[in-house]
Design a protein around this ligand. Structure first.
Ligand SMILES: Cc1ncc(COP(=O)(O)O)c(C=O)c1O
Length: 414
């Protein structure tokens, strides 16, 4: 290997990029799915119910409500609170659009608070953003990390508002024994390419019976079903609600994958720790902060680089590492060029409902204007952010190559 970057025509650390399988899809999955198809009952049936129970049990939570995506899971969380138009939900701008699309469809208004070194909501800024119209805090446990959920729980309780947890990227992360999704009033999960991957789908968890009642109806066009909270009512849509149902084919696979997911998570944590250890002597790299007692489950391995000390941007850095045969991405949500979410066209040039500004101007003197959103800490932090997707199958040899590629790129840009 030469010191010359592959980006500049040098020899890459890995000449033929390796395509790692993210998940173990085996005969157990195929058999489970085949059985459902052979049964002829492929809609919402016994597999969905069993998967909901098994998933909720893994979290020690009473109710599991399966849905067809993480986006619909978060929409269902918000709809379960039955908010009024213009209600505010405080959240982070460093997250998937899927975290907030549902709340906008539910006529709520996202209010963005800044983040801290965990890349998750800064509780101090969340508290500053609370107004009489705040209905909930929607915390996102980003990249497999945990936000300071205990502090946010305390703030939510003090202000008598809901706490929603978006755990799409953080299945089975923990904060001092509190598993992601279990401290909130209601939480949402995605199964679209995450630790538990069903090619789509999602789940809502709650211990709150009133929230469960509205959520389970919401995901099913608010139609009365046997065993559900509207049982016995005439077959009619009870309130405005979409069809977000999961089916038995997906749920059957969810059940087999649930048996294997611990293995994936363990392996990702082990690999991430080895990589972080191998980069620890690079002073220009600062990994995402993991608070004491937190188990980060590493959907992504994420860090910031010191762009003052290095003669490159985070985008250039990620491109250079990728050229070495290690696929790596630049700032999350393309911060500060296009992201975070507050800068995305759907919010910065809002035309949410035709030409109206609803709900951003509903019952307010001044319309909420996301061009004025100020998130100074997150902006400077995340414009220096670099990410590496974790899979369960990284070999020790590959991990060494990852570390070698970063050292090579750092040495060049120093
Ligand atoms: C934090 C977060 N929330 C919500 C979503 C939306 O999930 P889905 O893509 O399953 O709709 C995602 C998906 O990447 C996510 O990462």
């Amino acid at each position: 290997m030469t010191d010359k970057l592959a980006l500049l025509g040098g020899q890459p650390v890995i000449s033929n990029p390796i395509d790692f399988e993210g998940h173990d899809f085996g005969t157990d999955d195929i058999d489970a799915v085949s059985k459902v198809i052979q049964s002829g009952e492929i809609g919402l049936g016994p597999e969905v119910k069993a998967f909901e129970n098994e998933y909720a049990n893994r979290y020690g939570i009473k109710y599991g409500i399966s849905v067809n995506s993480g986006t619909s899971a978060l929409h269902t969380c918000v709809a379960a609170m039955n908010p009024s138009p213009g209600d505010e939900i405080i959240t982070t701008a460093w997250t998937s659009g899927g975290s907030i699309i549902g709340l906008l469809f539910q006529n709520c208004v996202p209010i963005f608070a800044d983040i801290d070194d965990s890349y998750c909501l800064d509780p101090l800024d969340v508290e500053r953003k609370i107004t009489p119209r705040t209905k909930a805090i929607l915390v996102v446990n980003l990249m497999g990390n945990m936000a300071d959920v205990r502090k946010l729980r305390e703030i939510a309780d003090r202000h008598n508002i809901f706490l929603i947890e978006d755990c799409c990227q953080s299945h089975f992360a923990e904060d001092n024994g509190i598993v992601a999704g279990s401290i909130a009033d209601i939480s949402g999960f995605s199964f679209g390419g995450k630790h538990l991957n069903l090619g789509g789908g999602g789940m809502v968890l709650t211990n709150n019976k009133a929230l469960w009642e509205r959520a389970i109806l919401f995901r099913d066009a608010a139609l009365p079903r046997d065993g559900g909270p509207a049982e016995g009512k005439p077959y009619a849509n009870q309130f405005l609600a979409p069809n977000y149902k999961m089916n038995d084919i997906m749920a059957a696979m969810g059940r087999t994958q649930l048996k294997k997911v611990d293995g994936y998570v363990e392996s990702k944590i082990k690999s991430a720790k080895k990589i972080i250890d191998g980069l620890s002597n690079i002073k220009e790299i600062t990994p995402q902060k993991v608070r004491a007692g937190v188990t980060h489950t590493y959907w992504l391995l994420s860090f910031t680089i010191d762009t003052n000390a290095l003669h490159c941007t985070a985008t250039e850095y990620a491109e250079a590492v990728s050229a070495e045969g290690i696929p790596t991405t630049g700032p999350y949500l393309l911060t500060p060029k296009i992201g975070p979410l507050s800068k995305n066209p759907f919010l910065s040039k809002p035309d949410l409902y035709g030409e109206s500004k609803f709900p951003l101007d509903y019952n307010r003197e001044n319309q909420v204007n996301y061009n004025e959103t100020k998130l100074p800490y997150g902006n400077q932090l995340m414009s220096r952010n670099v990410n590496f997707i974790m899979t369960p199958n990284y070999s020790d040899n590959y991990i060494e190559k990852v570390i070698e590629a970063h050292h090579k790129v750092i040495n060049h840009y120093r």
